[in-house]
Design a protein around this ligand. Structure first.
Ligand code: G3H
Ligand code: 13P
Ligand code: ZN
Length: 309
């Protein structure tokens, strides 16, 4: 099996009432940790690459590392561009071995978002690649997108239907209460299940996507801080709400921050407990294991995609 698209994964996930985890990757240890975890619980998985990850690790390294993970694990793995900002980066990934791209036109007005998304969809579909688009604005900070809490706008269900019909995008990221990063917005995090239900009723059998779905698990923030970090505690959407969303048409759930916290807390702890150690393989082994364990937890307790191969 080579790198696969997401169409079949999403069809099965929709019918089965679970979601596929889309985990951000930046280097070999992260790719290995995620795929080892997915292999241990028999789950398909999406490995996603942001523009920042692509600059950091370089396109070819990431593609070849993911191909190596396919050979090593024999898992259904999709390679996805996360938050593609323009046609050019999407084209480079479509031409360069990715099976899925996201064009994020959510910062544009409705008509501009439609025309940019349609341009990417036409090119991607001609090349056998699927496209995720985004409608609505999440609060939080990500590559080139900084939406103030007050500007965050939930996705309008009527617009979602028109958007999907006019662009032909294969999946749609919606804004229903999640936000990116560790510094989530203040206040009680909750998901707008009423909006999700409307969208699902109006777009039956259509795969929806949740970004900003890290819960910022307190145990890992506390562990970072115990070993010298100063990360302010913040609450993401609780995992049981995400699990419920996965039964309501959310087929892809994006997680990056919780992996970063797991990885960083394990390395911080290692350095404090082993001050004499400076072999990178030692602390990167505990980091890789921490990623593996976090991914298994998300798959089994949040996504429900275990034993779905
Ligand atoms: O939503 C964004 C992801 O967490 C990727 O973050 O742009 O720092 O790689 P990054
Ligand atoms: P978190 O920052 O909540 O992990 O979200 C990641 C994400 O949405 C990547 O696109
Ligand atoms: Zn995102």
């Amino acid at each position: 099996m080579g790198i696969v698209g997401t169409k079949e994964m999403f069809e099965k996930a929709y019918k089965g009432g679970y979601a596929i985890g889309a985990f951000n990757v930046n280097n070999m240890e992260i790719i290995q940790g995620i795929t080892e975890g997915a292999r241990e619980v028999n789950s398909p998985v999406i490995l996603q690459v942001s523009a920042g990850a692509r600059n950091y690790a370089k396109h070819n390294y990431l593609v070849h590392l993911v191909q190596a993970a396919v050979e090593d694990t024999d898992l259904p793995l999709a390679l996805h561009l996360d938050h593609g900002a323009d046609f050019e980066i999407c084209k480079k990934c479509i031409d360069g071995g990715f099976s899925s791209v996201m064009i994020d036109g959510s910062k544009y007005d409705f008509e501009e978002n439609i025309s940019l998304t349609k341009q990417v969809v036409d090119y991607a579909h001609d090349h056998g690649v699927v496209v995720e688009a985004e409608l609505g604005k999440l609060a939080g900070i990500e590559d080139d997108v900084n939406v103030a809490d007050s500007d965050s706008a939930y996705t309008d269900p009527n617009q979602a239907v028109e958007f999907v019909e006019r662009t032909g995008c294969d999946s749609l990221a919606i804004a229903i209460g999640t936000s990116h990063g560790a510094y989530k917005f203040k206040g009680e995090p909750r998901l707008r299940f009423d909006i999700l239900e409307k969208i699902t009723n109006m777009l039956p059998n259509y795969p929806l996507v949740l970004h900003g779905a890290s819960t910022v698990i307190p145990e890992f923030v506390e562990k970072c801080n115990k070993y010298g970090a100063q990360i302010p505690g913040a609450q993401g959407v609780p995992e049981d709400m995400l699990r419920k969303a996965a039964t309501m048409g959310i087929c892809k759930i994006n997680i990056d921050t919780d992996l970063r916290l797991a990885m960083t807390s394990s390395i911080r702890e290692y350095f404090i407990l082993h001050p004499e150690e400076f072999d990178p393989r030692k602390y990167l082994t505990v980091a890789r294991d921490a990623i593996r364990d976090m991914v298994k937890h998300k798959i089994v307790d949040v996504l429900g995609s275990n034993d779905k191969i």
